[in-house]
Design a protein around this ligand. Structure first.
Ligand SMILES: Cc1cc2nc3c(=O)[nH]c(=O)nc-3n(C[C@H](O)[C@H](O)[C@H](O)COP(=O)(O)OP(=O)(O)OC[C@H]3O[C@@H](n4cnc5c(N)ncnc54)[C@H](O)[C@@H]3O)c2cc1C
Ligand code: FES
Length: 257
């Protein structure tokens, strides 16, 4: 983990209110899918707290390795970030947290993303698919404007889309295809809003299949470094966990079981 300034190589509004930034990647070597960066936004006398953003994916750029951030423009910080242009520098700290832990023996992987929860799953899907492992990615959103473009996924990833308005894929939430596909997979991974995790956990528990499901939790984060306790969560088993330090990846059975 280190503090660094990354230079933007590409900036694009990819779909809906979702923006994609590519950066030179010299400082994130060794990061794994599910890890995040604290991104320091604002300038000069108007600095803001860091914003936690997952590393979205990696690529080989024109001048060397690059990493991407994919984010929804929801407030002041993400708006500032979306206004940055190529060759601008952005200050960051990371890579932070514990990412997904795919079991080396697993062959079939079920990934479930709600809205912008797709961001870190795309990299996990890239990684698993590049190793020749099977990946089915379920993406859900209220409307098609929240769905990551299918053509940008690794070609061997199987995509299932569920939208609440039914305008793309099947009508409804991600829980229905998750229930249908759970028996197919060896391991499942999820990222999205907390109610989605609870719904997935209920399906996984009621199925009696005992499939391991890892979820990437979101929480309001002030420091990202285990100091301020703003990201504390309280698993049902008791105790307190810090999303930035103990997570953001948690086994859903540890949170809700
Ligand atoms: C580990 C981690 C990884 C994340 N990865 C991504 C990512 O890859 N892409 C992405 O778009 N977002 C991601 N987020 C959420 C992101 O941090 C917030 O959307 C961002 O901080 C909003 O900043 P802002 O200044 O634009 O909005 P603000 O003005 O601070 O807030 C705007 C709205 O977003 C809500 N909000 C702000 N922060 C969070 C948060 N941490 N969790 C839930 N709601 C929040 C606020 O309640 C408010 O309604 C991640 C969060 C965590 C903790
Ligand atoms: S964000 Fe400060 S302890 Fe987690």
């Amino acid at each position: 983990m280190k503090r660094f300034v990354a230079e933007i190589t590409e900036s694009v509004r990819l779909y809906g209110d979702t923006h994609l930034l590519w950066f030179d990647a010299t400082d994130v070597a060794g990061a794994t899918p599910g890890q995040f960066l604290m991104v320091y936004i604002g300038e000069g006398e108007d600095p803001l707290l860091g914003r936690a953003i997952s590393i979205h994916r990696l690529r080989e750029g024109e001048h060397g390795p690059e990493f991407a951030l994919l984010f929804d423009v929801v407030g002041r910080g993400t708006r500032w970030l979306a206004e940055r242009r190529p060759s601008d520098g952005v200050e960051m700290v990371g890579p932070l947290g514990h990412g997904f832990e795919p079991d080396a023996r697993a062959q079939r992987h079920l990934l479930v993303g709600g809205g912008i929860g797709a961001a870190p799953l795309v990299w996990l899907a890239d990684d698993l698919a590049a190793q020749g492992r099977e990946v089915t990615l379920i993406l859900g959103g209220r409307t098609p404007a929240q769905i990551f473009p299918a053509e940008l996924l690794h070609p061997s990833v199987e995509l299932v889309v569920a939208t609440e308005d039914g305008a793309l894929g099947e009508r409804g939430r991600v829980t229905a295809p998750f229930e249908r596909l759970l028996s197919w997979c060896d391991q499942a991974f999820a990222c999205g809003p907390e109610p989605m995790f609870e719904a997935l956990w209920n399906v996984a528990r009621d199925s009696g299949l005992r499939k391991p499901v890892q979820g990437l939790m979101e929480a309001r984060m002030a420091c990202g470094l285990g100091i301020c306790y703003s990201c504390a969560v309280f698993p049902r088993q008791g105790g307190v966990k810090l999303v930035c330090h103990d997570g953001p990846m948690f086994e859903l059975k540890d949170l809700y079981g």
